[in-house]
Design a protein around this ligand. Structure first.
Ligand SMILES: Cc1ncc(COP(=O)(O)O)c(C=O)c1O
Length: 429
């Protein structure tokens, strides 16, 4: 059991032993992680808060005006009634059209219509309910989003196995994944594939995608049942020549019976609409029976947890997909803003003068980048930066920190990294 859960249980046993006894097994296992959210809360008052998974200007969130103005446009019937558990049908179709447009290699017949979720975390949890048993293996990169642990390990008692996606020089590599899959000998695996990656901001190139897909194909052909969960939270935020279709497309096109590609994506990051809670779950299958059974089961899962998603948010996303001329330009403007910040970040972090302080992990997309710091403890550095430099960063583990360039103005980026270098130098001495 996680030490934080143990501590909560102990506190409750002392104050209210009866309630402690009433907790289910899951209730006993649950805790609130000391992860990104609590580190973000501690950085709230900093001048440069590079902790959060949103995109901001120095004085406001980065959003699209069309989406901000949409709520005045909706009819009462688009706000107040219940949505069906699977979400409103026109939005499902519009999102499917969007997917097909952005993924020219994907065939409409090889996928289910996207089912609407209460954003991506809900989709992750639905996948857990549908496919993950106690003891199942979840295979994912060492650099991964912390919440997967709560969703799959705490809620479903899955076992996590990780592989590195960077070599000792910080360059992306598929070697460890390929080796891990080549040596995998159980009959079932859940792969989490998240690119652009949180926390490192890396998306594979076309060649690297081919290596990943071939390794997965070989494993499935050897007989392992492979559930390939493609977490496309940051889809579309690409700043270099990378594979810009979803890995879901490449995997779906393999057409293997024992490989089930599942795509999770949504408005959260793609439309700069974190609080709307609109996401989608799509299965890469072409058999009509499988399609309708999977849809019925997901509908039952939704009916039995949130019952149905929020109607105003779904209609807001539907509206911008239907009135997309200005909206698309607004989103592109935001992506361009992030791209400009990415470029400055890249210039700064690879500067020779910072070599004594950190080694960057290769990055080319998304909101974040991460560096391995030299000779300091990331947690000590994090608090030192808040207290002395009014800078918020995330301490990821014993060696790495994450910086959200999505939350730092382009002009401020050199100052932020220079301050991080100064702070490291101070702590090294
Ligand atoms: C990799 C990744 N997946 C999923 C999510 C969750 O997205 P949502 O807010 O839509 O639940 C996040 C959010 O930070 C994320 O970084």
């Amino acid at each position: 059991m996680n030490p934080l859960a143990l501590d909560l249980n102990e506190q409750l046993s002392k104050s209210n032993p009866e309630i402690a006894d009433m907790l289910s097994d899951l209730g006993k296992l649950m805790y609130y992680p000391k992860g990104i959210l609590s580190q973000s809360a501690e950085a709230k008052a900093t001048k440069y808060n590079a902790t959060i998974g949103m995109a901001t200007y120095s004085n406001k969130k980065m959003y699209a005006d069309t989406l901000n103005n949409v709520f005045g446009e909706l009819e009462p019937d688009e706000i107040f009634p219940y949505s069906p558990p699977q979400g409103i049908e026109p939005l499902r179709d519009l999102w499917q059209e969007k997917m097909l447009k952005e993924n020219p290699d994907l065939n409409k017949t090889d996928m289910t219509r996207p089912i609407i979720t209460n954003a991506l975390t809900h989709g992750l949890s639905l996948v857990g309910d549908m496919f993950v048993n106690s003891g199942d293996t979840i295979l994912l990169p060492t650099h991964n989003w912390g919440n997967y642990k709560l969703v799959y390990s705490t809620r479903h008692s899955a076992v996590f196995e990780t592989y590195d996606i960077f070599d000792e020089n910080g360059n992306y590599t598929t070697d460890a994944l390929v080796n891990t899959l080549a040596n995998y000998n159980k009959d079932k695996v859940v792969l989490i594939l998240n690119y652009p990656n949180n926390p490192t901001g890396y998306t594979p190139t076309k060649d690297q995608v081919n290596q990943i897909v071939t390794a997965i194909k070989d494993l499935a052909e050897r007989g392992t049942n492979v559930i390939a969960l493609v977490d496309d939270a940051y889809y579309g935020l690409f700043y270099e020549d990378v594979y810009t279709q979803s890995l879901f497309t490449a995997l779906t096109n393999l057409q293997l019976k024992n490989l089930l590609p599942i795509r999770l994506d949504g408005a959260t990051k793609e439309f700069f609409a974190w609080g709307l809670r609109v996401g989608f779950i799509t299965f890469g299958v072409n058999d009509e029976t499988a399609k309708s059974v999977l849809e019925a089961k997901v509908k039952g899962m939704i009916r039995s947890n949130i019952s149905s998603g929020p109607m105003p948010s779904q209609n807001a996303v539907k509206y911008v997909l239907e009135h997309n001329e200005t909206f698309d330009q607004e989103i592109q403007h935001n992506i361009d803003t992030l791209q400009a910040r990415y470029e400055v970040t890249k210039d700064v972090v690879y500067d020779e003068k910072y070599k004594p302080y950190w080694q960057p992990y290769e990055f080319n997309s998304g909101y974040f980048m991460a560096v391995q710091v030299k000779g300091v403890d990331p947690e000590t550095l994090r608090t030192h930066l808040i207290e002395n430099y009014s800078i918020g960063i995330i301490a990821l583990n014993k060696t790495d920190i994450r910086i959200a360039f999505s939350c730092v103005e382009k002009e401020d980026i050199p100052h932020v990294f220079d301050s991080i270098a100064k702070a490291i130098a101070e702590l090294q001495n």
